[in-house]
Design a protein around this ligand. Structure first.
Ligand code: ZN
Length: 116
């Protein structure tokens, strides 16, 4: 028996939370930069750059927020008998898969069926 997934999930959770905080700060900084601009984006190269940077960062933030939700859900399951059991077919999820992806909720076959 290993120490289980909890320490690893806790670590990932802390990293994701820190990443989201940093992204929020960067996005807030971009917002205040944009707030001081009166020119419209379309004809302002600087504004266009800010927009694409904004989109990129907002995408990263959405990814991190989704990963954080998955990590929270995995942590909630980690202390129950449901952890490591496929939510679709009830089979044990192989340890190697859980090792690669501690937030996995489906076995490989069901994940492929679900398109995840
Ligand atoms: Zn399954």
């Amino acid at each position: 028996m290993t120490s289980g997934p909890v320490p690893r999930l806790e670590r990932e959770r802390a990293e994701l939370t820190a990443r989201i905080t940093r992204l929020d700060e960067t996005l807030a900084g971009l917002r205040s930069d944009r707030g001081s601009e009166t020119a419209d984006d379309e004809h302002d190269p600087e504004g266009a750059t800010l927009s694409s940077e904004w989109s990129r960062l907002a995408g990263l933030r959405a990814d991190a927020a989704r990963a954080l939700r998955e990590t929270d859900a995995a942590l909630a399951r980690a202390t129950t008998a449901d952890y490591g059991v496929c939510v679709d077919c009830g089979a044990d999820i192989p340890p190697a898969r859980l090792d690669a992806r501690p937030t996995a909720t489906r076995c490989v076959a069901c994940a492929e069926k679900a398109g995840a």
